[in-house]
Ligand binder design. Structure first.
Ligand SMILES: N[C@@H](CCC(=O)N[C@@H](CS)C(=O)NCC(=O)O)C(=O)O
Length: 203
């Protein structure tokens, strides 16, 4: 059965899925679109809500990055069996996305004054607000959000890398447990080779 992941040629909200698929040694077609040439009208029209990523398995397709990541995590045993523990990880992933949405609001803001205000909020408050909490969670859970490697760890690191690219920062640097998790994910078998094999992302 053919598997395809469609996304832009950047890390963004789909790199965690690429990482999980490489870690699981799952063959898939990594279909990448050039953001500069977007929208490709016939592709955009074919997407359920006109946006990427889209994941295909044979004749089935799935959209929404969190749904895709959670599904790939479930297929590859990166999700706990206990539904309470699953919900705890869902909560982490949604908090990671809360932070991501603030960063995207800043990145896409066109008004110079508003952009400056959003930047101030991100660097002056939000990074520490979110990352001090993520740091504590990791510290209290043996370095992984659920106490062992899961899809939430992949999503977290994927979003950190996407934020770093867009802010020109290493936001994990002041949070040792977060930084350690980033290193752990990047050095997993499959992920490590994938990172070496690809061109570095640029904006
Ligand atoms: N909630 C959606 C958001 C999808 C989204 O914002 N995709 C962006 C790229 S990160 C996109 O397709 N932008 C191009 C467009 O909207 O035409 C998800 O998590 O998958």
């Amino acid at each position: 059965m053919a598997r395809k992941l469609h996304y832009f040629d950047t890390n963004g909200i789909a790199e965690s899925v690429r990482y999980m698929l490489h870690y699981a040694k799952q063959k898939f077609e990594d279909v990448r679109y050039d953001y500069q040439s977007w929208p490709v009208e016939q592709v955009k029209k074919s997407l359920p809500f006109g946006q990427l990523p889209l994941y295909e398995e044979g004749s089935k397709s799935l959209y929404q990055s969190v749904a895709i990541a959670r599904y790939i995590g479930a297929v590859h045993n990166l999700i706990p069996a206990d539904i309470w523990e699953q919900a705890q990880l869902d909560a982490i992933v949604l908090s990671v996305y809360d932070f991501w949405s603030k960063v995207i609001a800043y990145v896409t803001e066109q008004d110079i004054v508003k952009k400056q205000e959003l930047k101030k909020e991100i660097f002056g408050e939000l990074i520490d607000f979110y990352f001090s909490r993520f740091e504590n969670q990791l510290k209290n859970n043996k370095g992984f959000f659920g106490g062992k490697l899961s899809w939430a760890d992949f999503v977290f690191v994927g979003i950190i890398e996407a934020v770093n690219l867009r802010l020109g920062e290493q936001i994990e640097s002041k949070y040792p447990h977060v930084a350690a998790l980033v290193e752990k994910i990047r050095n997993l078998p499959g992920v490590k080779e994938y990172i070496v094999s690809k061109k570095p992302y640029v904006l």
